[in-house]
Design a protein around this ligand. Structure first.
Ligand code: NAI
Length: 701
C-alpha cells in the first residue's frame, strides 16, 4: 500500500503571532525578506486584520530570519509594479488606529526602512544597519523616504544619506533620531513592551515639521551633487528632500512617487541594475565560489613598490597577517613610508582609530628575506614586470613556501603559464591582477593559468571578498581583459588625433560622457614611458602594414613622459593642475598627420565618444572569442570597476546591446577599415546575444 503525504502548504510570506494584546506581524520571505508582492499583500492583510481586532492593543512589525526587509526585489523594477505598492502599505500603517512599532534587526534597507519610517516608533538591535540605498541604483526612494527622513534628521543629513545611500549602524542611527531605541536584550520582547507602553498613541513622522537648516543644507546639496557626478537622479533626490520643508506632505509624497516611477525605468537605472547582477555573477566566478577555498590567514607580498605597498595596505585593513618582502632596502623603506602615510591619513579622517593602527602594526612584518614567507598561505608577487625576474622569484618561492600555499603573480602582461612553469607546483599558481592604487581600486582580475587548481582560484575569489574587491575571473591571454580593452580604446583615441582632433577635445568629450579622466590625461598621469618601452620591445615583431601612430613616440623622444616630467600630452609647469593644452603638442600632431598623408577633419564630441565606445565594443567581442573573458557581462564589470567607465552607462557591452544592431555592425566595419590591416573585427553577436550561462576562460595558446 502506498500513501502520499498531503502537499505542504506554501509558507505565507507574512504571518501574525500574538504576544498578549500585541499583534506581532512577521515577514518571512527568505533569504533577505525582500519586499516582494507577496510581502506587501501579506502586510496589508495583517494590518487590516489587526486594525479591526478589538483584542489588539498595538502592533509590532518585524522580520523572521536574518533581517527586517533588506530591500526590494530588483527584478520587479523593469516591469510595472504590481498592486498593492509599498506606499499603500505604509498608508495602512499610518491609518491603522493602533500603535505600530517597527522592530529592526539585520538590515532595514530601502523600502524596508521606508516602511519603518511610516511606523509610530522604531526599535533596533545593536547590530542593525539602516539605509536608503536607492540612489546607488540610479533611483530615488519612492515610498516616502525623501519626505519622512528629513522630518526625523533634518534636510542636511537627509540629503547626505539619501544621495550617498550610506549604511548607518544602530548607535549612529539612534544619535541621529532615525530610530528611537536600541534594544539591549531580546528584540521581540523589547518591541512588544515598547508597543504596550505607546499603545493608543499615534506618532506619525509625516506630520512632523521640517526645521530650516539654512546654509548647511546648501552646502550638503552642493557636496552631494558633486559626489553624485551631477546625475539626474541625485538632483531629483535633493529636490525632493528640500521640498519636505515647504510642499504639503500629500503632494510631496505624490511627486516623489512619480519621479521614482520615472527614474526606476530610466536608462541609467537599467544600466546600474545590469551591473548589479553582472557583479554578483562575476563574484561567483562561474561556480568557483562553490569550491571550498584554501585556508588564508597569513598573506605574503613580494616587492614593496607601487603595487606591492598598495596590496599590503589593502590586506592590512582586513584581519590578515601580512609579510612584506623587498630586495632593495631603500625601496622597502619607501614602501613602508607610503603605507604609514596612508594609515595616518585614515586616522586623521576618522576611518581608523589608534587601536586599529596598533593592531595593524602587530600584523605587519617587513624585511629583505624571502624566507620570511615560508608559512604564508598566499603569496602575492609584485616585482618588476620582467619574466626573468619573476621566474627567479617563483623558483625561490617554490623552494620555500609551505605545501598548498597559493602563489600569485600581479603581472599585467606576462604569460602566467611561463611563470608557473618555474615552479614544481603550477596547480598552486594563479594571477591576481590588482589595479593602481591597489588599496583603492575595486577590481581584481583573478587569472586562470592552464594548470591553476580550482581551489587555488577559489582562494583568489575569497581573498577579493575579504579585501572588499570585485573579482573577475580572466583567462591567461595577453593583457587579460581590462588592459586589452583599454589598449584598443587608447589606440583609437590616438587614431583620432592623427585624423583631426587634439588631446583636449578627446579628453573633454569622454569626460563629459562620464569617464573619470580622458585617455590622454590618464596617460600623462601614469607616464608615457611604460607603453613606449613596450612598443620598442615589440618593434621587431610589429606587422609593417599595420597602422602606427607616431605621436606618443615623438612625445617620449622629446622627454615628454607625462606629469612626472612636467609635460606630456599637456604642459604642467606653470599650468593648471590638470595640465594645459600645449601648442608644441599640436604642432607634433599636425606633423604626424601630414607624414601619414592624412587630411585632417573635425570631430564632434558625439563622434569622439561613439568611436571610443565602438573600439571598446569591438575589442570586447575579440576578447570574448579569445576566451580571455568567460562572459560578456564580466567585461562591463572590469571596465566600470577598473577603468573609470561610468557606472550609469553600464559598460561597453551594455552600451552595444542598446544600440541598433544593424547600425552598430556597419559602424564597426568602418572602425576596422579606418584602423587598417592587423585590426581584428569582433563578432558583435557574441555581445548582443542575451547572456545564457557562462563559458570558460581559456588557457594561453
Ligand atoms: P615598482 O617598480 O614600483 O615595484 C617593484 C618592486 O619590486 C621594486 O621595489 C623592486 O625593488 C622590487 N623587486 C624587484 N625584484 C625583487 C625581488 N627579486 N624580490 C623582492 N623585490 C623585488 O613596480 P610596480 O608598478 O609596483 O609593478 C609591479 C608589478 O605589478 C608589475 O608586474 C606590474 O606589471 C604590475 N602592475 C602594475 C600596475 C601599476 O599601475 N603600476 C598595475 C597593475 C599591475
Amino acid at each position: 500500500m502506498t500513501s502520499s503525504a498531503p502537499a505542504a502548504e506554501p509558507r505565507p510570506a507574512v504571518r501574525t503571532e500574538r504576544e498578549g494584546a500585541v499583534a506581532v506581524i512577521l515577514i518571512d520571505n527568505p533569504p533577505v525578506n525582500a519586499g516582494s508582492l507577496a510581502v506587501r499583500e501579506g502586510l496589508l492583510a495583517a494590518l487590516t486584520a489587526a486594525a479591526s481586532d478589538p483584542s489588539v492593543a498595538a502592533v509590532v512589525i518585524m522580520g523572521d530570519g536574518r533581517s527586517f526587509i533588506s530591500g526590494s526585489d530588483l527584478k520587479e523594477f523593469d516591469l510595472p509594479l504590481a498592486e498593492p505598492q509599498l506606499p499603500a502599505v505604509i498608508r495602512a500603517v499610518e491609518d491603522c488606529p493602533k500603535t505600530v512599532v517597527a522592530a529592526l534587526h539585520g538590515a532595514a534597507l530601502g523600502g524596508g526602512f521606508e516602511l519603518a519610517l511610516g511606523c509610530d516608533a522604531r526599535i533596533a538591535t545593536t547590530a542593525t544597519v539602516v539605509a536608503l540605498p536607492e540612489a546607488t541604483l540610479g533611483m530615488i526612494p519612492g515610498a516616502g523616504g525623501t519626505q519622512r527622513l528629513p522630518r526625523m534628521v533634518g534636510t542636511t543629513l537627509a540629503i547626505d544619506l539619501v544621495c550617498s545611500g550610506r549604511r548607518v549602524e544602530a548607535e549612529e542611527a539612534l544619535r541621529y533620531g532615525m530610530i528611537d531605541q536600541v534594544a539591549k536584550g531580546n528584540l521581540r520582547a523589547a518591541a512588544t513592551a515598547l508597543a504596550l507602553t505607546l499603545a493608543g498613541r499615534k506618532s506619525l513622522v509625516i506630520e512632523r515639521a521640517v526645521p530650516d537648516d539654512g546654509a548647511d543644507e546648501e552646502v550638503a546639496a552642493a557636496a552631494a551633487l558633486k559626489a553624485g557626478r551631477n546625475r539626474p537622479h541625485i538632483a531629483a533626490a535633493i529636490r525632493h528632500v528640500r521640498a519636505a520643508r515647504s510642499v504639503p506632505a500629500a503632494r510631496a509624497l505624490a511627486d516623489e512617487r512619480a519621479d521614482f516611477q520615472r527614474l526606476r525605468v530610466s536608462p541609467e537605472a537599467k544600466a546600474i541594475r545590469h551591473l548589479f547582477f553582472a557583479e554578483r555573477e562575476a563574484a561567483r566566478g562561474g561556480g568557483l565560489n562553490k569550491v571550498p577555498p584554501r585556508p588564508l590567514a597569513r598573506f605574503g607580498v613580494v616587492g614593496a613598490g607601487t603595487m606591492g605597498a598598495g596590496i599590503a595596505l589593502a590586506a592590512l585593513q582586513t584581519d590578515l597577517s601580512v609579510v612584506l618582502v623587498e630586495r632593495d632596502p631603500a625601496a622597502l623603506q619607501r614602501g613602508l613610508t607610503t603605507i604609514k602615510a596612508q594609515i595616518a591619513r585614515r586616522v586623521e579622517t576618522g576611518r581608523l582609530t589608534e587601536a586599529d593602527v596598533n593592531a595593524m602594526s602587530v600584523r605587519l612584518t617587513a624585511g629583505l628575506d624571502l624566507g620570511a614567507l615560508a608559512d604564508c598561505d598566499l603569496i602575492a608577487e609584485a616585482v618588476v614586470e620582467d619574466l626573468a625576474v619573476k621566474t627567479a622569484v617563483f623558483r625561490t618561492l617554490d623552494g620555500l613556501a609551505r605545501p598548498g600555499a597559493v602563489l600569485a603573480s600581479n603581472t599585467s602582461y606576462l604569460n602566467l603559464d611561463a611563470i608557473a612553469a618555474a615552479t614544481g607546483r603550477p596547480q598552486d599558481v594563479i594571477g591576481l591582477h590588482f589595479f593602481s592604487p591597489a588599496h583603492v581600486m575595486r577590481l581584481l582580475e583573478v587569472v586562470r593559468g592552464k594548470d591553476s587548481a580550482e581551489d587555488a582560484l577559489a582562494t583568489g575569489l575569497a581573498l577579493a571578498n575579504r579585501l572588499g574587491k570585485q573579482p573577475v575571473v580572466a583567462g591567461n591571454r595577453f593583457g587579460f581583459i581590462g588592459n586589452r580593452l583599454y589598449a584598443a580604446y587608447r589606440l583609437h583615441c590616438e587614431f583620432m588625433l592623427e585624423e583631426g582632433t587634439l588631446p583636449q577635445d578627446v579628453d573633454k568629450a569622454l569626460e563629459a560622457f562620464g569617464f573619470a579622466m580622458g585617455p590622454f590625461a590618464v596617460a600623462d598621469l601614469s607616464g608615457l614611458d611604460i607603453a613606449w618601452r613596450m612598443r620598442l620591445q615589440q618593434a621587431s615583431t610589429r606587422d609593417p602594414a599595420a597602422r602606427y601612430v607616431t605621436i606618443p613616440d615623438r612625445l617620449c623622444e622629446m622627454g615628454r613622459l607625462g606629469r612626472k616630467t612636467g609635460a606630456g600630452y599637456y604642459r604642467y609647469k606653470d599650468g593648471p593642475a590638470r595640465g594645459a593644452p600645449d601648442p608644441e603638442v599640436e604642432a607634433i600632431i599636425l606633423a604626424a598627420s601630414a607624414d601619414a598623408g592624412r587630411t585632417r577633419h573635425s570631430f564632434t564630441a558625439e563622434e569622439i565618444v561613439r568611436r571610443a565606445l565602438l573600439a571598446l565594443a569591438n575589442e570586447a567581442a575579440v576578447v570574448l572569442a579569445d576566451g580571455a573573458a568567460m562572459n560578456a557581462d564580466d567585461i562591463d564589470v572590469v571596465l566600470v570597476n577598473g577603468y573609470g567607465f561610468p557606472r550609469w552607462a553600464g559598460g561597453p557591452v551594455h552600451w552595444a546591446r542598446n544600440e541598433d544592431p544593424g547600425q552598430l555592425i556597419s559602424d564597426c566595419d568602418s572602425l576596422v577599415t579606418l584602423a587598417g590591416p592587423g585590426t581584428r573585427r569582433g563578432d558583435l553577436s557574441l555581445l548582443l546575444r542575451p547572456p545564457s550561462g557562462r563559458g570558460h576562460v581559456r588557457a594561453r595558446g
